[in-house]
Ligand binder design. Structure first.
Ligand code: AHM
Ligand code: MG
Length: 345
């Protein structure tokens, strides 16, 4: 699949403004919110690129040559997003993987009608070793958009199907921003020479079936029976050449889903005997990714239920996840039904 499938020269800001103009009731507030957020992503793309040079990696306790406390890159990313988003007047509350509770809008700024939840730097185990990492975000309208009071926990705990927009930035060999507002999925690539995200792939579609599976197989002894049997099946040779599948696992969800969007296949983080709800967090990891995957024509489930239909009960709750090509995910679901989700051992 080519990396560039559009002849349009268009920035993400223009794209979002044009999408907004399709809605006559649009006030432009959402476009301004996205403009602030893409500023944060541009800053982070720069900082990730310079990370090894600027003492940003590693522990939080260290002091750099300027006498400043060095922050881990994930804490730094959290701060950058907060500083870009707290004063715009568009948000009423935020929540992040890096903050235990709600992130409130400071009293001196206006509370707007949107809610932002995010994982500032996904792929923590890859940060210090120069392997692709990313930022995941999701935007909701607050439950009562007429209010001007601070947003609440309930505003952040809306089911994923209520998302207004979601996306991720992947800091890889280039920085790409993958974005949906419910009208398909578009990919923008950051051009550092002009400081803009340019549209490079319009309305990406996940192949109906792939030939790659992505999972931490170090956990296989703890998986449910159905997942073990399914993976065993993927590794058996099929006469028509459709199997065996290849295994690809970066360990950064953003990167593993990004590849799945382009090449198809399945990404899994199952429940296991030590993590009965899997590892990945529903509100700011799974829901935005599930929205993107579905908008690209794929499927995203816990094995029992569509991810976007789950009612979150707490900010950091986890859920099992299987997402990717429709045929692959449905096949996995059949294995879970046939073999059950009991665990071995
Ligand atoms: P993080 O938010 O602390 O980085 O954890 C989430 C990451 C995902 O990006 C990735 O899919 C998963 O954890 C990898 O976990 P594991 O190392 O257990 O395979
Ligand atoms: Mg994460």
């Amino acid at each position: 699949m080519p990396l560039l499938n559009t002849s349009k020269l268009i920035t993400i800001e223009r794209h979002i403004t044009e999408e907004g103009s399709l809605h006559p009731e649009s006030t432009g507030e959402f476009s301004r919110l996205l403009r602030d957020l893409t500023l944060a992503l541009r800053v982070l793309a720069r900082d990730v690129r310079r990370a090894g040079l600027s003492d940003i990696l590693g522990m939080t306790e260290a002091t750099n040559v300027h006498g400043e406390v060095v922050k881990r890159l994930d804490q730094h990313a959290n701060d950058v997003i907060f500083r870009a988003m707290d004063h715009g007047g568009h948000l009423c509350v935020m929540a992040s993987e890096e903050s235990d509770g709600l992130i409130r809008i400071p009293d001196e700024y206006r509370n707007g009608k949107y809610v932002l939840v995010f994982d500032p730097l996904d792929g923590s185990s890859n940060i210090d070793v120069n392997v692709s990492i990313g930022t995941i975000f999701s935007i909701y309208k607050r439950l009562d958009p007429s209010l001007t009071t601070p947003g609440t926990l309930e505003d952040c705990l809306q089911p994923g199907y209520e998302q207004v927009a979601a996306g991720y930035a992947m800091y890889g060999s280039s920085t790409q921003l993958v974005y949906t507002s419910g009208n398909g999925v578009d990919v923008f690539t950051f051009d550092p020479t002009i400081g803009e995200f340019l549209l490079t792939f319009e309305k990406i579609r996940i192949p109906k079936r792939g030939k790659i599976y992505s999972v931490n197989s170090g956990n296989s002894h703890k998986w449910p029976k159905g997942v073990r049997e399914y993976v065993t099946h993927l590794l058996q040779k099929a006469p028509d050449g459709s199997r065996p599948y290849s295994l690809r696992y970066v360990g950064t969800m953003v990167a593993d889903i990004h590849r799945t969007l382009h090449y198809g296949g399945i990404f899994m983080y199952p429940a296991d005997t030590t993590s009965p709800n899997g590892k990945l967090r529903l509100v700011y990891e799974l829901n935005p990714m599930a929205f993107i995957v579905e908008q690209a024509g794929g499927r995203a489930t816990t094995g029992k239920q569509r991810i976007l239909d789950l009612q979150p009960e707490s900010l950091h709750q986890r859920a099992p996840c299987y997402m990717g090509s429709v045929d692959d995910v449905q096949e996995l679901e059949r294995y879970l039904t046939d073999y059950g989700d009991e665990f071995y051992g």
